[in-house]
Design a protein around this ligand. Structure first.
Ligand SMILES: Nc1ncnc2c1ncn2[C@@H]1O[C@H](COP(=O)(O)OP(=O)(O)OP(=O)(O)O)[C@@H](O)[C@H]1O
Length: 257
């Protein structure tokens, strides 16, 4: 029986007069890939930012494994096991893959950032960096300068940096963005492989990827979840079809642009 890892209860976030998150309720089960979809401006990114602690909600609660984390700062959520990809640091293009990953391990373990010059000598950092690199298929390019990697490999590295923080719940914000079909396929396989030992929330505009990868899908419209279910249930939900997916191919394509 699956149990709930994350619960969002009646979450509200306003930007001035705009209600970006409107009494949002969401339940994420341990071990699932849960996709969050919805039209542009529906509030997906704003919700993710509240889950990782980047934005403070105005009201409502977020429970992680039953514990109220609504007011916990980002670094404490990372320690608790919630990591958003690209959250800890953006890539440092002039450093190597190994150095970038070691910095992500440092962020998790609380090592000081002051001794950049000796990063490569720290065996615990190195081990963590190599584990993450292996996981995302970058072990053969550990010494390569990040700025010289292909876009797809840079995306994989961003994911590797999130993994170096040893998350239990990984928040992925548009991992397929800007990737070509081959890179997108590889990223899909990578995400699928993470499901073994992680719970994932996936915000993604690529509907093919969403319906292929997700165990369950929630649809956000105007800051509220209007439906949650299996990809099959969501595809056939009349409310979702009229509010978002549309009832034919062209409407679907239009809705996700
Ligand atoms: N910092 C901010 N200040 C003011 N308004 C904001 C801010 N961030 C987001 N918004 C507004 O909140 C609403 C939700 O935006 P958000 O980016 O969360 O939607 P989204 O579903 O992620 O959209 P997209 O699919 O286009 O990325 C939008 O109307 C947006 O303009």
């Amino acid at each position: 029986m699956s149990h709930t890892i994350l619960q969002v209860q009646e979450l509200v976030k306003r930007f001035g007069g705009l209600v970006a998150t409107d009494h949002c309720n969401l339940e994420i089960r341990t071990g699932e890939i849960h996709a969050l979809i919805g039209p542009n401006g529906a509030g997906k990114t704003t919700l993710l930012a509240q889950l990782c602690g980047e934005l403070a909600p105005d009201s409502g609660r977020i429970l992680f494994e039953g514990r109220d984390i609504t007011r916990l700062p980002i670094h404490k959520r990372v320690s608790a096991g919630i990591v958003r990809s690209f959250q800890i640091t953006t890539l440092l293009p002039r450093l190597t893959v190994r150095e970038n990953l070691a910095l992500a391990v440092q962020a998790r373990t609380g090592h000081s950032f002051d001794f950049l010059g000796t990063v490569a000598d720290e065996s615990d950092l190195d081990e963590g960096a190599e584990d993450a690199a292996r996981r995302v298929g970058l072990i053969d390019v550990m010494e390569q300068i990040v700025g010289t990697l292909s876009h797809g490999k840079q995306r994989a590295l961003e994911l590797g940096m999130a993994l170096a923080c040893k998350p239990r719940l990984l928040l992925l914000d548009e991992p397929m963005a800007g990737t070509d079909p081959e890179e997108s396929k590889r990223m899909g396989e990578l995400i699928h492989s993470l499901r073994e030992d992680h719970t994932l929330i996936l915000v993604e505009h690529d509907m093919d990827a969403v319906f292929r990868l997700a165990d369950r899908v929630s649809v956000l419209v105007a800051g509220a979840v209007i439906a949650s279910g299996t990809p099959e249930q969501i595809r056939n939900d009349p409310q979702v079809i009229s509010a978002y997916l549309g009832d034919d191919e062209s409407a679907e394509t239009e809705a996700v642009q």
